[in-house]
Design a binder for this molecule. Sequence first.
Ligand SMILES: Cc1cc2nc3c(=O)[nH]c(=O)nc-3n(C[C@H](O)[C@H](O)[C@H](O)COP(=O)(O)OP(=O)(O)OC[C@H]3O[C@@H](n4cnc5c(N)ncnc54)[C@H](O)[C@@H]3O)c2cc1C
Length: 464
Amino acid sequence: MNSIIEHLRKIVGEENIKTDVEELERYSKDETSGVRPPLPMAVVFANSANEVSEIMKFAYNHKIPVTPRGAGTGLSGGAVAEKNGLILSLEKMNHIIEFDAENMTVTVEPGVITDEIQKLAEEHGLFYAGDPASSESSSIGGNVAENAGGVKVLKYGPTSYHVLGIEVVLPTGEIVHFGGKMMKNVMGYDMIRLFIGSEGTLGIVTKIILRLIPKPKYSAVLLAPFESIDDAVRCVPKVLSQSGILPTSIELMDKYSVQMASRFLNEAIPYQEAGCHLIFEIDSSDRQSLIKLYISLGEKLQQMGAMEVYIADNRHQKMKIWKFRKAIAEGIIAFRPEHCMEDVSVPINAIPRLIQSTYQIARKNNIEVLNFGHVGDGNVHVTFLKPESMNNENWKLSTEKSLEELYQITAQLEGSMTGEHGVGLKRKKYLPIFFRQEEIDLMKKIKKAIDPGNILNPSKLFMS
Ligand SMILES: Cc1cc2nc3c(=O)[nH]c(=O)nc-3n(C[C@H](O)[C@H](O)[C@H](O)COP(=O)(O)OP(=O)(O)OC[C@H]3O[C@@H](n4cnc5c(N)ncnc54)[C@H](O)[C@@H]3O)c2cc1C
């Protein structure tokens, strides 16, 4: 082991390798609850694609497992350590390489925090539409590797919609480039989309060219409480198909999610005790059009059963509502560390059936559940919670049963096990519920072709 560390030191320098237990522990995990990873052999911080390439060539020749790591905010156990492996941190590759106003692109290293890209675009009157709720802490490399979604997917799409080009270091150490600053490109296989969402199992993304768009000048946020969650989710497909309006976001917060955010922030929202709240955001480049849109949407929501509709069209009020929505996950992590946060995604007209099933599943298995998430695109963060009185063994059994049942129902509803958080370590055993063996085998063949030594994040995505 000493000779391995010695060699890595020569590549990255003394200050860029950590082996003390405290650091190994810190870098061995992500934000996924219930995953108990082994300690890595070392944490290595790369400063350039060439260093990443040297590390991968060495790891490939010596069969050392490597886990790429961005900011460690992942919710599927994708960045957690492998036994006797290396954590390859990209956090020091955090530079904006080029901002190109004319082509409306920004070229970045993978360790740049998402929020920084949003702010840079905004300073130039442009807009980076990728917006996971973790944007203040997650890295763009992690967003690309997970094809992160978030609260603006309904109108602007997930991360893959904003990526024009990538540089990737392969598990064998070669550096490859796909795409560029051009908007249209159908040359060869769509390799960019193969690497996006591959969860650090096919290559290490070392440079990303992102597409920016003109910033919609005006936006408004509507907060609509409903008597029941069923009333709320039934109106979502109707709003989308009948209102003629495509909101940026339609977010769901059930009663328990509202309580969680309220406790975390020590703040309340109007109709705090309602059965459910929906948040809508709409945007426009013209203020008068925006006003017309939100009046029309507000009226429709009331016709469809909203108890009231609050309209926030100044920065402070809008931020207050979004802060509340974004505090749900933080509240769960802080107050209910023993939880299981899921990420299922279904066609929007199946959401009412999905939500009803989650309550039945929780009741049957004696656990608690809350539902929140990006209901406008069918992606619900069903979150099972351990009751205080339940022991750990029963909690483990109950979550296993609940997950199996949740995924079976999601598959029956023609949905997906994960809309944005990824499979990682956490969900890999449930893949056969959603794919036939031939389909899993095809994905494994791709993995083998690109990573013949099976060294890049080898325990993630598939059962061995
Ligand atoms: C409070 C909270 C809210 C969240 N909200 C959202 C949300 O709204 N939408 C959403 O989609 N996700 C959300 N997430 C999940 C998480 O933030 C995203 O998955 C994010 O994209 C992970 O980025 P990261 O830099 O933290 O990646 P990490 O956790 O470090 O890594 C994630 C995966 O990417 C791989 N990886 C990282 N960098 C690279 C690279 N350069 N090249 C190749 N592979 C790499 C890792 O191996 C791992 O498999 C949330 C998480 C938290 C804690």
